[in-house]
Design a protein around this ligand. Structure first.
Ligand SMILES: Cc1cc2nc3c(=O)[nH]c(=O)nc-3n(C[C@H](O)[C@H](O)[C@H](O)COP(=O)(O)O)c2cc1C
Length: 184
């Protein structure tokens, strides 16, 4: 797949098969993240452990339900809604608390990983929802279990897996977004 095809074919997948990602494919996805533009250190924590993923999923849903944000509250209340969509791999991207560039470093790494996953025939989705729970003091236990360094904070996450046919939380059609203007 060319890079242009990866860019247009990538879409947020929100239903996954109960099928593990091949270790070689996962390694390629992680490596793609490490080649992104960056201006400082960041941590890529790859969570395959079912129990930890389930805990992060459940606490994220709870945080969404109590966020005070209508959109997040409504989503969390949808029947069967799982913020991690049962994906077999959760990749957490964190950076040093004091580093103001951590958001950019991790987001760029995440996009590289999304595109690599697409090229390998895998579904993926960029997530901010786990930051609702993994950044607070109350969730220090989860952050520690995930291997996020003590002085790092979670910036974003990526899930990866084989897309399931049922895709009730994902739009079938995608549209190009973002306004464009040229100044010549
Ligand atoms: C900053 C940001 C945060 C996002 N957080 C979530 C999230 O927590 N959960 C989710 O399901 N999708 C999340 N998304 C995915 C967007 O909903 C998705 O990219 C958008 O609807 C466009 O669809 P597409 O990715 O299929 O092109 C996020 C995207 C961005 C850029």
């Amino acid at each position: 797949m060319t890079i242009s095809e990866k860019i247009t074919k990538r879409k947020s997948v929100r239903a996954y098969l109960d099928k593990p990602v091949l270790p070689d494919d996962l390694a390629k996805i992680i490596e793609a993240g490490r080649w992104a533009p960056n201006t400082g250190p960041f941590q890529i924590s790859v969570i395959r452990d079912h129990g930890l993923r389930q805990q992060i999923n459940d606490r994220t849903r709870n945080a969404m339900a109590h966020s005070g944000n209508d959109f997040l509250r409504e989503r969390a209340a949808l029947p069967g809604y799982q913020p991690l969509y049962d994906a077999p791999v959760l990749i957490l991207l964190s950076g040093p608390v004091e580093d103001t560039f951590s958001t950019f470093n991790t987001a760029l790494a995440a996009e590289n990983m999304l595109l690599k996953a697409t090229g390998l025939g895998l579904g993926s989705c960029f997530l901010l929802s786990p930051t609702l729970t993994l950044t607070g003091k109350d969730s220090h236990d989860l952050a520690q279990a995930a291997g996020i360094p003590d002085d790092y904070t979670l910036q974003c996450a990526v899930i990866v897996g084989y897309a399931a046919a049922e895709n009730k939380f994902t739009a079938g059609e995608r549209t190009r977004k973002g306004s464009v203007n040229y100044v010549d």
